[in-house]
Write a protein that binds this ligand. Structure first.
Ligand SMILES: CC(=O)N[C@H]1[C@@H](OP(=O)(O)O)O[C@H](CO)[C@@H](O)[C@@H]1O
Ligand SMILES: [Mg+2]
Length: 557
């Protein structure tokens, strides 16, 4: 690193001193904290993004969002060249950068790091694409990110404005693949592949009208509602009403959104008795999560939740159906057995795992956080992953995508209009529609809608695929959540000593009980999850274990 670069870093970093007494860590989804604490962190992630771009000689994304967190929080995360999350190898460097106490320490750290092979004088300058969600703090943090990028000589920052998180990841991936990568291109790809899937609905089904065919979407008062509206203008055949846009006085994620609906299992604001029986969906604040629900007749606030596990099951059924058609009608010589795998976490409802296994699918488990699920899903020809909270997607391997393209070409000359050609075309359209970079509520929603039409199913029929085991999630505020250390994909507490033993004893008192606790990577809480044979038992188990957490870790003041 030359002197010009060092002094540029020294002078610009002196405007962004880190907050005292706060230690930040690149958690399940980047850095998150109260927005007032974040300008130095975002500035430093700007530097990190530029260095990552130099290292990979590719375009990197930087997204300013705190997703489902309360409106006063914000956060920042990196999209790697393939559109996925930042390589886990770089997370320790990200932590060290964010916590370097002084400009001198920061420059020293960067100097040591770049010696290990960052091509400072490479052929290609660093380039970072910047996106942000609708949070009011986003603007100022964007300036900090730009300053960070500008402190690496020659680096280019491209501000793409307010976007959903998956749009930003999609753009990064598209740019690095040399494809069209604007927001219009994103909408065009989603709408054209959706139309293609609609056209491939078997005719006996497309004439059948699905009961309650209107969909009502809760936009979490975030970025997703407005984007969905733009997308809908390019589509026919969908009747969608959007509520909680964020422009009608509602507060981001407050009593609304996918995280609220999935965890509390009650209707979001703006929904009630008028919606009984109607198909409803909820996005989270940055539109990378999607859950469905319907308002029950017994009580206006109660819902039947159709969560990420059930979206996964619907997708798996559909993909499996197409693969079966392909393999049955194919002559044995040219056939290719596609390896289909699904990936879940410990938050998956046990009933969903049983259902998927009964379908004959290979079910894999990873620790919490999409970076782990995504990595695992990428090992299959087609890998489907979902967190119960509604974040997930379907990944197609490069090899299988290439085979599919060749296959559809071959079939279009050999057996045009056949069932096998249609199945291949459907898979190809799913590959285009569903975001290959990260879970994406908008593309997920379009895929759910077209599959329901394809099956001729109402939300109730879909919900009947299997019955969820009753579960309960709670958050416990403690003095220091990092005091909870876990193992076994975050399902067993190893510290503080004695806590796991107490949880086990409590769990054993409840029929079919299962319970685990872990520190959240996105909020300042410890999460408690319990499931059991009845709702009362799940509630009682979760409540008792929340008390244990409180006893072992002490309440924060
Ligand atoms: C119980 C739960 O929903 N946890 C979520 C939540 O992480 P926590 O580390 O639990 O706060 O946000 C992550 C990012 O969206 C997501 O990957 C994860 O599954
Ligand atoms: Mg989100």
């Amino acid at each position: 690193m030359n002197e010009e670069q060092k002094s540029l870093l020294l002078s610009s970093s002196s405007h962004f001193l880190p907050p005292q007494g706060v230690r930040l860590s690149y958690g399940t989804a980047g850095f998150r904290a109260d927005a007032s604490l974040l300008s130095s962190t975002v500035y430093r992630v700007g530097i990190l993004a530029a260095l990552r771009s130099l290292k990979t000689q590719a375009v990197i994304g930087l997204m300013i969002t705190a997703s489902h967190n309360k409106i006063s929080d914000n956060g920042v995360k990196i999209a790697d060249p393939n559109g996925g999350m930042l390589s886990q190898h770089w997370e320790p460097f990200a932590d060290a950068l964010a916590n370097a106490p002084s400009p001198q320490d920061l420059v020293q750290l960067i100097n040591d790091f770049v010696k290990e092979g960052i091509p400072f004088n490479g052929v290609r300058p660093a380039e970072v694409i910047l996106g942000r969600d609708t949070r009011p703090s986003g603007d100022a943090l964007l300036t900090a990110a730009k300053e960070g990028i500008a402190s690496i000589v020659g680096a280019i920052a491209t501000d793409v404005g307010i976007l959903t998180t998956p749009q930003l990841h999609w753009m990064v991936r598209a740019r690095n693949m040399g494809m069209k990568a604007s927001e219009e291109d994103y909408f065009e790809q989603l709408s054209s592949s959706f139309r293609c899937l609609m056209d491939l609905i078997p005719s006996e089904k497309s004439n059948r009208s699905v009961p309650n065919d209107k969909l009502v979407v809760d936009g979490a008062n975030g970025v997703g509602g407005g984007k969905l509206e733009v997308l809908l203008k390019q589509l026919n055949g969908l009747s969608i009403e959007i509520r909680n846009y964020g422009e009608d006085g509602g507060v981001l994620n407050e009593g609304v959104g996918a995280d609220f609906v999935q965890k509390e299992k009650v209707v979001p604001n703006g929904f009630g008795s008028k919606d009984v029986g109607i198909r409803c969906a909820s996005l989270d604040g940055d539109a990378d999560r999607l859950v469905y629900f319907s308002v029950t007749a017994e009580s206006n606030s109660k819902i039947e939740l159709v969560d990420g596990d059930k979206i996964l099951s619907l997708f798996a059924l559909f993909i499996r159906e197409q693969l079966i058609i392909l393999s049955e009608e194919e002559d044995a010589k040219n056939s290719r057995h596609a390896h289909l795998g699904v990936v879940q976490t410990a938050y998956a409802n046990g009933a969903s795992t049983n259902y998927l296994k009964q379908l004959g699918l290979e079910v894999n488990f990873t620790p919490i956080g999409v970076k782990y699920l995504h990595e695992k899903a990428a090992e299959f020809d087609i890998g489907i992953y979902f967190e119960a909270n509604g974040h997930g997607t379907i990944l197609f391997s490069e090899d299988f995508s290439g085979w599919l393209v060749a296959k559809t070409k071959e079939l279009s000359s050999k057996s045009k209009g056949s069932e096998v050609e249609k199945a291949a075309l459907r898979l190809l359209a799913v590959n285009k529609l569903i975001n290959q970079a990260v879970g994406d509520a908008l593309s997920g929603l379009l895929l759910v809608e077209v599959i329901l039409q394809h099956m001729g199913w109402s939300i109730h029929r879909w919900n009947e695929l299997y019955h969820d085991l009753p579960s309960r999630q709670l958050k416990v505020k403690v003095a220091d959540r990092t005091a909870v250390v876990t193992a076994n994909a975050e399902t067993v507490v190893v510290s503080p000593p004695g806590l796991q033993g107490a949880i086990n004893a409590e769990t054993a008192k409840h029929s079919q009980g299962r319970c685990f606790v872990r520190p959240s990577g996105t909020e300042d809480v410890v999460r408690v999850y319990a499931d059991a044979s009845t709702q009362e038992a799940a509630d009682s188990l979760a409540n008792s274990v929340a008390k244990l957490v409180d006893q072992f870790l002490g309440c924060s003041s």
